[in-house]
Ligand binder design. Structure first.
Ligand code: NAG
Ligand code: NAG
Ligand code: NAG
Length: 620
């Protein structure tokens, strides 16, 4: 039924796009729709079979099909599908015996990228236990917060993160939490060793009925949103969502013969779901690295015959910033999957590293909509596709940047943005595209819900992202709500300002934000920049670039020179602290500059100038 319906809707949509003379993209639209229909049908099948066929069952099938095929390459060692399968059986048995784990009980993983992360998760999944993937960079209060919102009673960690756990151990013990360390020995009281128990456990397969109750709607994982603001939120990831994300590689044309490079953290959806989940779905080989390294990147790709890479946030820029080399185009990478690349970097990346198909996608861990740019349109995150939109209704609505809320009409309903106009992306919450929300955080969950959008009583998921659809149906990511600020009654998109700053001589990276100035409405532009090695801040050239390319309200009036920019674990720039710190030279040690519009250059921001600005002697 589903398949027929989809096929009919697909044909209708194709006819429409055809008749609208969108001929150039006809074939690509077709391929995409057909692939999506196939995947939709597969998901429907998995939903129906009893017991439910999860990603773990898919792994088991792959391990049966090719037990000796390499699943993971890590630090010079290979681990076959069979080996990882056996190891995960041992982990599951050891944890079941030691912690008495039962189906449905959550276990927190506090681990860096390593094979142990993969088989511990697999072991838990075989027991039907959801895993909470803690960000290994968090400490103290934030760690406790993340841990407690998923309701886990057990935490598994490794020796390298022991100090962080010891720091919060008294609180964990008070709450009756057991800590297991992936080590043979440990001299801290209150911490259990796990490796010795694993090595003694049997690697016999586990009975399937241990996870008999797992269904497509059960929680598979908790993944923490990397928010550039506030404490992380635990997004509830169901098995349905795991499948949807795992299909992305397939939609992008990745095959089981490809080799996938994971260097993004496994605690996040990009690395874990799209990367590892997708690799399991394809039955392919993963080259796993502890962390991203721009200088090692291409050598790794050559050495391990990588064919598919992943990027996020700023990582493509880091690759483009690395020094030119002779053999740059000499590699086998054919597809790059990710999100958040800017148009200029996208072009430079293709110029330097050759013909790589960039598959830019748009999605949020907790969101209920996603897009893939399946054509060859630079800069687009996807295409408005009637079939997709029929099954996963979404729209763009007019958004008031100053109030940071949607514009509403007299009846209290939102207003759809016109084509070509930037609007807030909202996805209708339906059976097929649910919004599960955040664990233990009703307040934040409610904040992402938007009611009375197009009709009284309807419910949408608020992505917090501003997008634009063009006349050819391509969609473009514009900015995060909050990353766009308002000054002199105009909206300033920080990403556009950053693109201009990067054209100035000597600037390597730029993080643009708006700061409050007493007595002024809105926020004025400011940028934290990192300079290229050995370069000074070029006051004249920077001024020339921003004045040539940006309207006066969008020009960053303050520049703060930093040795490096603070990033989230997924390479998104952190802004909140910078915004709070403002531009007072008495409180900021970094060199500060001020754009003097009369002298047409940036000048050092001194105490005197600061006071003149605050007292409004200098007009902004
Ligand atoms: C499955 O759920 C039922 C009812 O909720 C429960 O009685 C049963 O013990 C569960 N099975 C397992 C394996 O946990
Ligand atoms: C990469 O491919 C080459 C040639 O096909 C092969 O000799 C080599 O062993 C491969 N490297 C790895 C790490 O698999
Ligand atoms: C998206 O557009 C870029 C721009 O050319 C293109 O290179 C890339 O292949 C496209 N992505 C997909 C998914 O085709």
């Amino acid at each position: 039924m589903y398949v027929w319906f989809t096929a009919l809707a697909g044909l209708a949509a194709l006819f429409l796009s055809f008749s609208r003379k969108l001929f150039p993209y006809f074939a690509q639209d077709c391929t995409y729709i057909l692939r999506s229909i196939k995947l939709g049908a597969r998901l429907t099948k998995y939903k129906k079979v009893k017991p439910f066929y999860s990603i773990v069952d898919c792994f088991l099938d792959a391990a049966k099909r090719h037990p000796s095929k390499t699943f993971l390459h890590f630090e010079g060692r290979e681990y076959s599908y069979g080996e990882v399968d056996g190891q995960s059986n041992k982990v599951a048995r050891a944890l079941r015996a030691a912690a008495g784990l039962k189906e449905g009980e959550t276990v927190a993983l506090f681990l860096a990228n390593e094979p142990g992360f993969v088989w511990t998760w697999l072991g838990l999944a075989k027991l039907g236990c959801p895993a909470a993937l803690l960000n290994f960079n968090i400490r103290a209060k934030s760690l406790l917060h993340c841990f407690s919102c998923c309701g886990a009673k057990v935490i598994v960690t490794s020796a390298e993160l022991l100090d962080a756990v010891v720091e919060v151990l008294p609180t964990l013990r008070e709450q009756g939490i057991s800590v297991y360390l992936l080590s043979e020995a440990c001299n801290v009281t209150g911490i259990n060793t796990l490796l010795n128990k694993i090595s003694q456990a049997s690697d016999e397969p586990l009975p399937r009925d241990l996870r008999a109750n797992v269904s497509i709607r059960s929680t598979a994982l908790y993944i923490y949103t990397s928010g550039t603001t506030g404490l992380p939120k635990a997004a509830v990831v169901t098995h349905e969502r795991v499948w949807a994300a795992s299909f992305i590689q397939s939609v992008c044309g990745v095959t089981s013969d490809d080799i996938f490079y994971i260097n993004l953290p496994l605690y996040h959806s990009a690395g874990f779901l799209i990367g590892m989940g997708g690799a399991i779905e394809r039955g392919m080989t993963i080259f796993l690295r502890k962390k991203f390294s721009a200088s090692q990147f291409w050598d790794d790709c050559r050495k391990y015959n990588v064919t598919v890479m992943q990027y996020i946030g700023e990582t493509l820029r880091y690759l483009c910033n690395s020094p030119m080399k002779e053999n740059e185009k000499n590699h086998r990478v054919r597809i790059a999957i990710g999100n958040g690349v800017r148009t200029d970097i996208w072009k430079e990346f293709l110029n330097r590293f050759g013909d790589i198909k960039v598959r830019e996608l748009y999605a949020a861990t907790e969101g209920n909509i996603g897009f893939i740019n399946y054509t060859s349109k630079i800069g687009a995150v996807g295409r408005v596709n009637a079939v997709h939109r029929f099954f996963f209704p979404y729209t763009l609505i007019k958004f008031d940047i100053a109030k940071e809320e949607p514009v509403r009409n007299a009846e209290g309903l939102c207003i759809e943005a016109a084509r070509g106009e930037t609007g807030l992306l909202v996805g209708k919450v339906t059976q097929r595209s649910p919004f599960v929300g955040y664990a233990g955080n009703q307040h934040q969950t409610e904040k992402k819900r938007l009611r009375n959008v197009l009709k009284k009583g309807d419910l949408y998921f608020n992505t917090g992202d501003l997008l634009r659809f063009d006349h050819e149906n391509f969609m473009y990511f514009q900015d995060r709500v909050g990353d766009t600020f308002r000054w002199k009654g105009e909206n300033v998109a920080t990403s556009e300002v950053a693109d201009i700053l990067l054209m100035a001589h000597g600037i390597l990276e730029a993080n643009v934000y708006g700061v409050k100035v007493e007595g002024h409405e809105g926020r004025i532009g400011m940028a934290a920049v990192v300079l290229k090695e050995g370069e000074d801040f070029d006051c004249l050239d920077t001024c020339k670039q921003v004045c040539n390319y940006l309207p006066s309200y969008a020009r960053p009036r303050f520049i703060r020179i930093q040795p490096c920019l603070e990033m989230t674990g997924t390479f998104k720039m952190k802004k909140v602290r910078l915004v709070e710190e403002g531009f007072d030279p008495a409180h900021i040690e970094d060199p500060l500059y001020f754009l003097d519009s009369e002298k047409k250059t940036y000048i050092r921001l001194t105490e005197t100038i600061y006071r003149a600005i605050i007292s409004r002697e200098i007009k902004l």
